[in-house]
Unconditional design. Structure first.
Length: 257
């Protein structure tokens, strides 16, 4: 375990990572992932591969390992938080690589990947550990990446408006605000998703809270985009207008922005 942890630390260096790949590290890490029942060993194995996925040259080599590439997405069903965290971190890194690499990883993700990511976030909301918080953040960012890169997936995900809004209502979801609000912004390109947003009575309060906080302007812009979308949507206009009239602070924030 100690030797594995040393490899994990060293693998973050690009040149060391390339050397490790030359020595067959993909096959070396695959064995404990498939066979070992030691969660720590499996976590470290994924962590090493995840570090390699952060550099374009080594990410290309890892991606060409077909067995590894097809096996890792199955770990999104893992119950151990540490193993699951490293699996999602790795997949998130893979999806942010150049399109030729990202598309190969997207192709092997399970059909229910969106449901899995949302379920993981919901399951970790009441956990107080640092690891569970990191896991939920990785899941939220991975969901945002998927919505950005996959138009077909986005078009079929209007139903996720409801669980995303429910998550954003949670007091412990502050670190998830940006990626999940961007998910809603991407979803607002579809009429069905917009209609679902208009049926979420808690959404105006969420946007109010976010815009009232001291946050970066880009996130305020996301909130304003959602407000504009809701103002022009069937069924949402009256509620949003009443909310804007009632709360002058939001109007002032929008004007200042």
């Amino acid at each position: 375990e100690n030797e594995f942890c040393q490899l994990w630390d060293m693998s973050s260096d690009r040149q060391v990572g390339e050397f490790m790949l030359d020595k067959g590290v993909c096959d070396l890490m695959l064995a404990p992932l498939v066979r070992s029942s030691n969660y720590r060993i499996r976590e470290v194995s994924l962590g090493i591969i995840g570090n390699l996925m952060c550099h374009p040259a080594s990410a290309k080599v890892v991606t060409e390992h077909n067995v590894l590439r097809t096996y890792i997405p199955t770990l999104t069903r893992e119950e151990d938080v540490s193993v699951l965290t490293e699996a999602v971190r790795l997949l998130r890194a893979a999806l942010t690589q150049e399109p030729r690499i990202a598309d190969k990883w997207r192709a092997v993700l399970p059909d229910d990947v969106v449901e899995r990511l949302i379920h993981i976030i919901q399951s970790t909301l009441n956990m107080s550990s640092v690891r569970s918080n990191v896991l939920s953040e990785h899941c939220a960012h991975m969901l945002e990446i998927l919505y950005y890169m996959d138009d077909r997936l986005l078009a079929n995900s209007a139903y996720t408006v409801f669980p995303i809004v429910d998550i954003l209502k949670h007091r412990q979801s502050t670190s998830l605000q940006e990626p999940l609000l961007r998910c809603l912004q991407y979803l607002s390109e579809g009429q069905r998703a917009v209609m679902n947003m208009a049926q979420c009575p808690g959404l105006p309060k969420i946007l109010h809270r976010v815009m009232s906080d001291k946050i970066e302007h880009s996130l305020v812009a996301v909130c304003l985009s959602l407000i504009c979308t809701l103002l022009t949507s069937p069924g949402g206009t009256d509620e949003i207008c009443a909310w804007l009239e009632k709360d002058c602070n939001i109007t002032n924030t929008a004007i200042r922005t």
